[in-house]
Design a binder for this molecule. Sequence first.
Ligand code: HEM
Length: 143
Amino acid sequence: MAAYYPWIKAFHLVFVVTWFAALFYLPRLFVYHAMTEDGAGNARFKTMERKLYRGIMTPSAILAIGLGVALLAIQPVWLSQGWMHAKLTLVAALIGYHLWCGQLLRAFATDTNRRSHMWYRLFNEAPVVALIAIMILAVVKPF
Ligand code: HEM
């Protein structure tokens, strides 16, 4: 199994990238959706959001996390290091953010969103902070 470690890491990173592409883009769609007033635009955003969430965001999260867990199973020594504890805490927060996006998506889908485009612009910044922090923890391993 250890011989596959670099391959598993490569695909861990592939799915981290696709997960983040969706974590950045879905709240961006919410920004424009919250500014939309016409029926055709509303319907188009609903379709785009649903396909992005179900087709890319959730499968990418499952694969990124699953492959991360596989890396830990091969190399359990990482679990005794502080940077990994901090990384896993941030990943837990990211999963919470992902599920929150799912709730917001359902609000748009049922035409019950009451939040402003400004609120979504701020909401959109959170994964940027998580990405920078997790990258530094995983690559620099500062503690
Ligand atoms: C439950 C989720 C996750 C687990 C269990 C996990 C676990 C791991 C493990 C064990 C490694 C190998 C460390 C090494 O060989 O140096 C790794 C590498 C890496 N992970 Fe994750 N990871 C998870 C989620 C993430 C996320 C969300 C990101 C990005 C935001 C990320 C970014 C990275 C990076 C950049 C590396 C490569 C580090 C290097 O080779 O220098 N991981 N991950």
